[in-house]
Write a protein that binds this ligand. Structure first.
Ligand SMILES: [Zn+2]
Ligand SMILES: [Zn+2]
Ligand SMILES: [Zn+2]
Ligand SMILES: [Zn+2]
Length: 389
């Protein structure tokens, strides 16, 4: 009896073996001819793209069934996937596109950890001209890179973010509009926040960010890049478990300091501020955004702010010079204590431990012990002059 059972299993397996096909190396699919080289690589790096989905040949799946072997299982699989693609496009249109002045002008991208709506124009980036679609992909990659680095620096894994449910999501929703009209129409719908502005975020369990390209504050692509990194860090920091935003509850320096810390890595400058837009002229900055040099000059002049005077303020109560200090305090903690201890401190704050106790538990010193150590570190490590550009 045992012999018979083995024979049956073997013959069953043989029947399931797909036919050998040289045209497709027996995969059953061939790459779509309408996406070649770099364009194909761009699409392969993401989960879904609405521009690719407009391809008549593959409907955005990037492959077609192989005509040489015509396998039923593959045809069925591709049909399922193209159905899922059209459902996705419909949902995006329902949630975003139908409220835009020109629904056809908005594109959508799904990456491993983010959902992007995009109607910004193309731009010159690193001397290369990118069209609107290529630039959307670049931002998809920049968001993923920011998340990777955030997790690396703070020692986080996927288990540090919420599991998807009705009131939580580990995915970042980013809506980047080219027109103020669409921002005004969409940001209250997407965030539930009525406030008007060029930059609105919903933080915590379900992270959403809406922005409009504001030429007065963002002259070049690098300014948009800094704003995206800054705000993605706010979303990640609030979404990280336990999910809660630190900015409005008196830990503004941690929230802004971390956002600036990732932002400054782009080109040594910061330019994104979370202050009331009404109180700040677009394009205003502190020391032209070169925080390290600015802070060093204050240290040399003995004019550094005292930590205890700022550390219980909310994000929007920090003035520009305090934003620079917030960055530098975080920079100092990461350099001297490490990202894992900082992550521990953040978790304690999110659980509403008083800062004083959380600091003592995570770093072994309290707020009053900071100024002297910090000043000595600034003088030892920050440049007196901006490095040549
Ligand atoms: Zn084939
Ligand atoms: Zn695409
Ligand atoms: Zn195609
Ligand atoms: Zn901020």
């Amino acid at each position: 009896m045992r012999f018979l059972a083995v024979v049956i299993v073997v013959s069953f397996a043989a029947a399931q073996e797909p036919p050998a096909c040289r045209k497709c190396e027996s995969t059953g699919v061939q790459p779509c001819k309408d996406h070649k080289g770099d364009a194909m690589a761009l699409e392969k790096a993401v989960v879904r793209c609405s521009v690719a989905a407009a391809c008549k040949r593959c409907l955005g799946l990037l492959v077609v069934d192989c005509p040489a072997c015509a396998r039923d299982d593959i045809v069925e699989d591709l049909a399922d996937r193209s159905f899922a693609m059209s459902r996705w496009l419909e949902q995006r249109h329902e949630a975003v596109g139908r409220f835009c002045a020109e629904p056809a002008s908005i594109r959508y991208l799904e990456t491993a950890h983010a959902d992007l709506s995009w109607s910004l124009d193309g731009a010159i980036v690193d001397k290369k001209k990118l069209d609107a679609h290529q630039r959307m992909h670049l931002y998809g990659e920049r968001v993923e890179a920011t998340r990777r680095r955030f997790c690396d620096v703070l020692g986080l894994t996927d288990a540090d973010f919420p599991v998807a449910s009705d009131d939580a999501s580990p995915r970042l929703a980013l809506h980047m509009f080219g027109a103020m009209r669409d921002m005004r129409e969409l940001s209250p719908r997407l965030t539930g926040i009525g406030a008007m502005g060029t930059n609105i975020k919903l933080t915590g369990g379900i992270p959403v960010w809406c922005m409009v390209a504001d030429d007065r504050a963002m002259k070049d692509d690098v300014d948009v890049h800094r704003s995206v990194v800054h705000n993605v860090v706010h979303l990640l920091l609030s979404n990280m478990l336990p999910a809660r935003e630190l900015g409005p509850t008196g830990e503004g320096w941690v929230d802004e300091g971390l956002a600036h810390w990732f932002e400054i890595a782009i080109d040594g400058r910061c330019s994104a501020y979370c202050v009331e837009e009404a109180v700040m002229l677009p394009g205003t900055n502190w020391h032209n955004g070169a925080y390290r040099t600015g802070i060093r000059q204050l240290a040399d002049a003995g004019k550094l702010r005292r930590f205890v005077e700022s550390y219980t303020k909310n994000s929007d109560e920090l003035d520009l010079e305090e934003n620079a200090h917030a960055f530098a305090w975080v920079d100092w903690l990461i350099a001297t204590q490490g990202g894992a201890k900082l992550a521990d401190f953040v978790r304690r704050l999110k659980r509403k431990e008083p800062q004083r106790d959380a600091m003592q538990a995570s770093f072994g010193f309290g707020p009053l012990a900071i100024d002297e150590r910090f000043a000595a570190w600034v003088v030892a490590t920050y440049p007196k002059q901006e490095p040549g550009r």
